[in-house]
Design a protein around this ligand. Structure first.
Ligand code: NAP
Length: 309
């Protein structure tokens, strides 16, 4: 496993993170086994969120079952996505009081006294940066949250928030996979008049590099917006062939190559893997055991159907 120095605490956090969005059918015993399997291959980081249904509660129950487990894990949760009381839809809430309330609920569910990293989950149009900064400062002073970050935010949003925050935004969690690359597409097609050229995020990858910020890639094996895994998908035959070819050359699996592809981008990259199976956690961790060449990285990008100028 490889590790980055995360946030101002410079905590040693693994480049591969165990995501827990899909553990809703698992028992606390199975969740404990899944977390142990991650720790066994060097993954010391677990990502969750209150909007992932029973995920936080299951992790908390797993901690309660296994003395000492909480202390071996770097724990990240998020906040701000709420179920609308009248509509069959979510809405977003980064108000001061809801930030505090949500963290208190997460601490209870996770059966812990602190969260290592807290992310604002999806941008709230009504967010007031001063309010967020006040809430974060309070949670930090109380020892309830150590580091803070965002998710799915563009550069303008982060710049505005950072003006008021007393600590750096440690991470931006965004969607990225070999089959989901809008940020790279606009990068390659800068100032061109084709469909790939519009920049949708303001340069989040460049911002992260310049600010020593971790990029946490979510859905590293998916295409589209929750479109499913691209493995064995007939729309991605060429991509799967390229992954298998590179996997054979490095004596590894296509999972490891797909995760390595995300981590290969320069800077503090992390890949959140959402498998619920211990054996696949180990396959993903093997992404850190080899170095992908520049030619291989571009082969994956081109095989996913992208064209370069
Ligand atoms: N910030 C955000 O807005 C946001 C949004 C979405 C997700 N996330 C975070 O990112 C994490 C990962 O997201 P994700 O779950 O979409 O990631 P993912 O790792 O791309 O997908 C996991 C899914 O792929 C399946 N899978 C894995 N390997 C497979 C294989 N070889 N063949 C077939 N299926 C395979 C898994 O099934 P098995 O369980 O059977 O292996 C699981 O259902 C989440 O847990 C969450 O922590 C964040």
């Amino acid at each position: 496993m490889r590790y980055i120095e995360f946030g101002p605490q410079k905590t040693k956090v693994s480049e591969v993170i165990l995501g827990t969005m899909r553990i809703w059918e698992k028992t606390p015993e199975e969740v404990a086994t899944l977390i142990e399997s991650a720790l066994g291959v060097g993954i010391n980081a677990v990502d969750t969120a209150p909007i992932y249904g029973p995920s936080e509660g299951k992790i908390g129950a797993a901690f309660a079952l296994t003395p000492g487990l909480r202390d071996r894990v770097w724990l990240q949760t998020k906040l701000g996505i709420r179920k609308h009381p009248r509509l069959d839809a979510n809405y977003f809430d980064f108000s001061h009081d809801y930030i505090i309330e949500s963290v208190e609920e997460s601490l209870r569910a996770l059966q812990t006294d602190h969260i290592d990293s807290l992310l604002l989950h999806r941008p709230d149009a009504l967010m007031v940066p001063e309010e967020i900064a006040d809430a974060f400062q309070q949670l930090h002073d109380e020892g309830k949250v150590l580091d803070f970050g965002v998710s799915n935010q563009n550069v303008a949003m982060m710049r505005r928030l950072q003006r008021y925050l007393p600590f750096p935004i440690a991470a931006n969690q965004v969607q990225l996979s070999a089959a989901f690359t809008p940020a790279f597409d606009s990068f390659f097609n800068v100032n061109m008049q084709n469909e790939a050229s519009p920049m949708r995020d303001d340069g989040i990858f460049e911002y992260a590099y310049d600010h020593d910020q971790a990029i946490q890639a979510w859905s590293v094996l998916q295409h589209g917006y929750f479109g499913g895994v691209f493995f064995n998908n007939p729309d991605y035959t060429e991509l799967n062939e390229a992954l298998d070819r590179i996997a054979a050359d490095h004596d590894t699996t296509r999972t490891a190559v797909a995760v390595n592809w995300v981590l290969r981008y320069p800077g503090k990259m992390q890949a959140i893997v959402g498998t619920t199976r211990p054996e696949r956690v180990a396959e993903a961790a093997a992404a850190c055991d080899f170095e992908m060449s520049r030619e291989e990285w571009y082969e994956v990008y081109l095989s996913a159907g992208n064209r370069l100028p």
